[in-house]
Design a protein around this ligand. Structure first.
Ligand code: C2E
Ligand code: CA
Ligand code: CA
Ligand code: CA
Length: 276
């Protein structure tokens, strides 16, 4: 029971107890998941809306535990973050994706970039730039083929975000702002930071089905004026796609093109759109 001030004691409800038990169970299993090889990475195409070609992929982490089955990232990523486990797991993801991207390149699959989500804890660690360089050297991936996705919220959370992003730019990797439009940040930071891509959050794309064109339009034009590549997340239907094309949004991602797939399926998807 937790004290909530005054003389009143507040007991957890049965629902809260259940959630705490579940999270504890997840934590215990997540502590062993990396060494038990329970994580995999799936890949979702990023599509050039101008020519329909696959410009790259976003890497998305998956966890399958023998007892719990598949647990969604929305449930396990926050737990990895709470216990600092996102640092070794995030390092593993980066290594895995760089290795895979290099392997694809050796098979003649020349996508512009592989995009990897990075959590604020990884960037706060201090060793990040150094570890990243090691991974790039070891996998021999040219840094310009790697993009790091950093949410608007993360940029606000890390104190020296502009130094951090400068050091990433020095290494030669690209940076995208993920979930753009949801962070309530001042727009002034945008023109000061070395950013390559703005990813418009899916919630705005959903709103295209309900008279939400104005905001999407505003974000696309602002992003393009700032010389960023603009990508729309979560495109699910043709109406959304045709509006985004009409507004000259550069890239798109979403179930309309493809759900995230296993690495083995990427060469086929690539050859379907990127004919020589
Ligand atoms: P995100 O970075 O915004 O990734 C996009 C999410 O939207 C993914 O969910 C993707 O499967 C989903 N998505 C893509 N297109 C569509 C669509 O058309 N419709 C719908 N309904 N959903 C779509 P996922 O894979 O469940 O990942 C959820 C979140 O977990 C990610 O959101 C990201 O914040 C986090 N995440 C995933 N992998 C990693 C990782 O390796 N590291 C870190 N730090 N976070 C990760
Ligand atoms: Ca992302
Ligand atoms: Ca996103
Ligand atoms: Ca998101």
């Amino acid at each position: 029971a937790k004290s909530q001030g005054g003389n009143q004691y507040c007991f957890n409800t049965p629902d809260q107890n259940m959630e705490m038990q579940r999270n504890y169970q997840l934590e215990m299993k997540l502590r062993k998941a990396l060494e038990n090889e329970e994580f995999t990475v799936v890949y979702q195409p990023l599509v050039n809306l101008n020519n329909g070609q696959m410009a790259g992929i976003e890497a998305l982490l998956r966890w399958h535990n023998p007892e719990l089955g598949s647990v969604p990232p929305s449930e396990f990523i926050p737990i990895l973050e709470t216990f600092g486990l996102i640092i070794p797991v995030g390092r593993w993801v980066l290594y895995e994706v760089c290795r895979q991207m290099k392997a694809w390149q050796q098979q003649g699959i020349m996508m512009e970039r592989a995009s990897v989500n990075v959590s604020p804890l990884q960037l706060k660690g201090g060793n990040f730039a150094c570890e990243l360089k090691e991974i790039l050297t070891e996998t021999q991936l040219d840094p310009s083929y790697l993009e790091l996705e950093i949410t608007e919220g993360t940029i606000l959370q890390i104190k020296d975000s502009s130094d951090t992003l400068d050091s990433l730019q020095e290494i030669g990797v690209k940076v995208s702002i993920d979930d753009f439009g949801t962070g309530y940040s001042s727009l002034s930071y945008l023109k000061q930071l070395p950013i390559d891509t703005l990813k418009i959050d899916k919630s705005f794309i959903d709103d295209l089905d309900a008279d939400g064109e104005f905001l999407v339009n505003t974000i696309i034009h602002m992003g393009k004026n700032l010389k960023f590549k603009v990508l729309a997340e979560g495109i699910e239907n043709e109406n959304q796609l045709s509006y985004l094309k009409q507004q000259k949004c550069n890239e798109g991602q979403g179930y309309l093109f493809s759900k995230p797939v296993q690495k083995e399926e990427i060469p086929n998807l690539y050859h379907q759109t990127n004919r020589p």
